[in-house]
Design a protein around this ligand. Structure first.
Ligand SMILES: Cc1ncc(COP(=O)(O)O)c(C=O)c1O
Length: 457
């Protein structure tokens, strides 16, 4: 009864403190248009308070529920909650280095095909481990890997392909998957920006993240759903699930959930490594692992967000479509985004590339939008190789490889990646936006273009 009282007060607090901002009428030019943000109601806060009152803190009922629900949503067998999307990528990659995978394991010096038009923590685990990212250029207007370069990226050291679905737009899964199958390569799908995107393959629609060996999610606030900080890895393989679990939880061999003992029924009957027979299984380490677990409080928020996910996905699609239709007549100055054939993207954002002949630069329009309180974002790193974190590797020319385009100068090996670094930005599509904010955004873009033509007359 006490809990019910608390929950009623929480609802009241939500109605008084949070709801007014959420239903407030949009005032053009006065209210800021964010590109992303948390969308929630009292249910997230009630779950959070419920888990705080339970005070178990580490993973428990909400974590179990969240993992099951997300796996069901994606149509995948196993899902593990982690503390961020970056942790999910680290875990996904490191799982593939497990000695348990025998000859297929990724070893130091092995190569992983990816793109430099990326978020840094898709690439970081590859380099941190001592494997070699092999960068392939992307294609506009899908902003995903140019699959025609896959065969030339291949070497006898290639072990995996690790790619994100750029801002929700699935990469050419058919070609990538068939390439991986043909050459016996692992496929990791960084699904952090694409939760709810679908791809049509083998006569059926499936969610992205469920095609590769391992998929990853992020639940940082700008993403499709949030728990503040949080992430997930998912797989259909029992073997990979076991490795992921071990590496997430300190590298241990034991799979008891938090607070449980002797799930295996033979806690003191194992003999592994060179340990004495019967050494406590709870403290046997089959991997050099991490602790990447999230808390039950994060999962509690996630459970409430998952119920809203289908409506979030629909809102993102609706907003993207509105922007796409309204901006169609500016296709002479912008390259407008296109969804990948056979895909149904759940958009993270709306990408625009300023055409070379547009008569203005990306930075000029971005400053104009920002000065009118419309938030913009770059396509993450643009070209990751050009960042200070690559200074040393660029100088030495070691630690990474770029798939050369034979007809281009060596200084410009990834022309489209450089192009997005210079000319591309994106606008928000998140469910907190609606027609009013989008109409205002279009108006400000139109105003910028007409001022420009007045200037040039
Ligand atoms: C494609 C991609 N991968 C990974 C991440 C990292 O997720 P997190 O911020 O939860 O660490 C992000 C973050 O936005 C991302 O966009």
């Amino acid at each position: 009864m006490l809990k019910d009282k608390i929950f009623m007060l929480v609802k009241e607090y939500y109605e008084l403190h949070h709801r007014p901002a959420q239903i407030k009428k949009f005032i053009p030019g006065e209210d800021r248009i964010n590109y992303a943000g948390r969308v929630f109601d009292e249910k997230e806060i009630i779950n959070l308070v419920d888990s705080a009152l339970d005070f178990w803190l580490t993973s428990e009922k909400y974590t179990e529920e969240f993992e099951k629900k997300l796996a069901n949503f994606l149509g995948i067998r196993y899902c593990l909650l982690v503390n961020s999307g970056s942790s999910a990528n680290l875990l996904a990659f490191m799982a593939l280095t497990s000695p348990k995978l025998g000859d297929r394991r990724i070893k130091r010096g092995d190569e992983v095909i990816t793109v430099a038009a990326a978020f840094p923590t898709t690439i970081a685990p590859i380099i941190q481990y001592g494997a070699v990212p092999v960068f392939v250029d992307i294609l506009l207007p899908t902003y995903n890997i140019d699959v025609s370069k896959l065969e030339s990226a291949l070497s006898d050291k290639t072990k995996a392909v690790f790619l994100a679905h750029t801002l929700g737009n699935p990469f050419d899964m058919k070609t990538v998957k068939e390439f991986c199958d043909k050459h016996n390569l692992w496929l990791i799908e960084d699904n952090c920006d694409a939760l709810g995107s679908r791809y049509f393959y083998n006569e059926e629609w499936r969610y992205t993240g469920s095609f590769g060996d391992i998929g990853t999610s992020s639940f940082y606030p700008p993403h499709h759903m949030t728990m503040g900080e949080g992430g997930a890895v998912y797989t259909n393989s029992p073997e990979l699930k076991k490795i992921l679990l071990s590496m997430r939880d300190w590298g241990r061999d034991c799979w008891c959930s938090s607070g449980k003992d002797n799930t295996c029924g033979k806690r003191f009957d194992w003999q592994l490594g060179e340990l004495p027979y019967g050494y406590d299984h709870k403290y046997i380490y089959s991997h050099l692992g991490y602790n990447l677990k999230a808390t039950d409080m994060q999962a509690a928020i996630g459970v409430a967000q998952l119920d809203k996910l289908p409506s979030f996905i629909e809102a993102r699609k609706r907003n993207w479509k509105m922007l796409r239709e309204e901006l169609e007549d500016l296709s002479d100055v912008f390259i407008l985004p296109e969804s990948t054939p056979d895909s149904d993207p759940s958009w993270f954002g709306f990408l625009l590339t300023v055409r070379q002949e547009a008569g203005f630069t990306r930075d000029e329009i971005v400053v104009h939008l920002e000065s009118h309180k419309i938030q913009t974002r770059m396509l993450f790193a643009g070209n990751l190789i050009k960042h200070p974190c690559f200074d040393e590797m660029r100088k030495s020319g070691e630690g990474f490889r770029v798939v050369a385009n034979p007809i281009l100068q060596s200084s410009n090996l990834l022309p489209n990646t450089d192009r997005i670094m210079n000319d591309t930005f994106f606008l928000g599509t998140f469910p907190g936006l609606g027609k009013e904010q989008i109409d205002y955004t279009i108006g400000i873009i139109d105003q910028f273009i007409s001022n420009l033509s007045l200037r040039t007359k």
